[in-house]
Ligand binder design. Sequence first.
Ligand code: HEM
Length: 459
Amino acid sequence: MAQLASVPSLRGLPVVGNALRVPRDRPSAYFEEVAARHPGGLYRMELPGRSVLFVYDPDLVAELCDESRFYKPVDAPLSTVRDFAGDGLFTARGDDPVWGQAHRILLPAFGQRSMKAYFPQMLEVAEALAAKWARSDEVNVPEDMTRLTLDTISLTGFGYRFDSFRSAELHPFLQSMGNALTEAMARNRQLPFVTRVKRRADEAYRADIARMRELVDEVIRERRAAGARTGETDLLGLMLDAADPRTGERLSDANIRDQVLTFLIAGHETTSGLLSFAIYNLLRNPQVLAQAYAEVDRLLPGDTVPTYETIMKLDVVPRILDETLRIWSPIPSIGLAPYEDTVIGGRYPVAKGSKCVVLLPPLHRHPKAWERPDEFDIDRWLPENKAAHHPHAYKPFGNGERACIGRQFALTEARLALALVLQRFAISDPEAYRMEIKQTLTVKPDNFTVRVRPRRAAE
Ligand code: HEM
């Protein structure tokens, strides 16, 4: 057997470890900077109360993605997010039967057939974005993409209208969600007694959670008041009516509440980041932008209304999304832990249950797996090139059975929104925006505004 080796480690101070070095507003960027100084593909860092192994070498990640050896642990920060997302799919423990029940009940709502059924509502919301942009000169991209994705998941999933494009301010739900996520992340970095003494922060946190729950209750109440139309196949319909095909059990009211809140959060933050990063990449890569316009003009000439079938014929637009998710992954890391004491890479010991974090940005740019890793090259996603990719060097949607259930939903929604924007608008950024990342649980460009002109007028 090969000799065991110790993992490169950042020891840090007693008790707090390296917490004081990790910037509050951009922890992932810091973990990535440390990764750049550790080309071996992994390092260990002490954080308050725990020691974390960060991994980004594709071959080591391949081992971590072996579901017979590793599982998704629901510890910090997800254990704190449980304060409001409870036993929703994202934060439920994999060994809790309620995760399997909800997963099996909800899976049919995420297949291709459901995407086709959601399409008219997705289009309605995308048209609301286009109508707003037609009236605007300059737009804040992440804010409008957040309006789009929040309205889309709530309308398609729950039949609930936020009507976000009617208001100059973002919906108060988003404010409460942002505050609660920020506080959850802060709690993750501080010792428990600090959390206990910060009374005011705790009161604000509870108030934000209460406000989010009020909205969720309203969403459920509206559906029930609408006459409990049985047979609805959207997310809420399935949760209210369907039984788990394996156990025959239904979801409890408390669990439905957790799931609605989970979908409202998980179903919009990430897709909004993806669309914002995609527009950023297009502005930085005019040749790709020209290719995208050419494709959209061919498939959606003039005022052609997009259909599900046309959106599925797109080829350049989805490759832009794939490459955007490689360069800028809205979820910057996923957590895993081994069932038993184990060894990875033939020499690094990992203790049973200990926290491992796969850092997606350095994995997605790892030179072992990617040629010219910093280059935005959509041809990597041509079928002939895709087949040659390292099988574990691209994980924007996570891994295995705990991977994203909403992947098709996100990609359908994003294809449509990007195609509609390209059909209608000439986009430019005269201010030459420089990327500034804002992080909560996900990452997004901050203060990213662009100029939009109706294309017909511009031509
Ligand atoms: C899980 C990424 C869109 C719902 C995940 C995970 C990732 C991810 C990385 C795994 C997290 C982990 O291992 O802890 C993304 C990205 C998206 C996106 C990059 C958009 C570009 C969506 C959408 C929905 C959604 C649109 C819902 C409509 C969920 C849920 C889970 C999840 C419920 C938990 C699944 C489970 O553990 O059973 N997502 N997601 N996501 N995502 Fe997404």
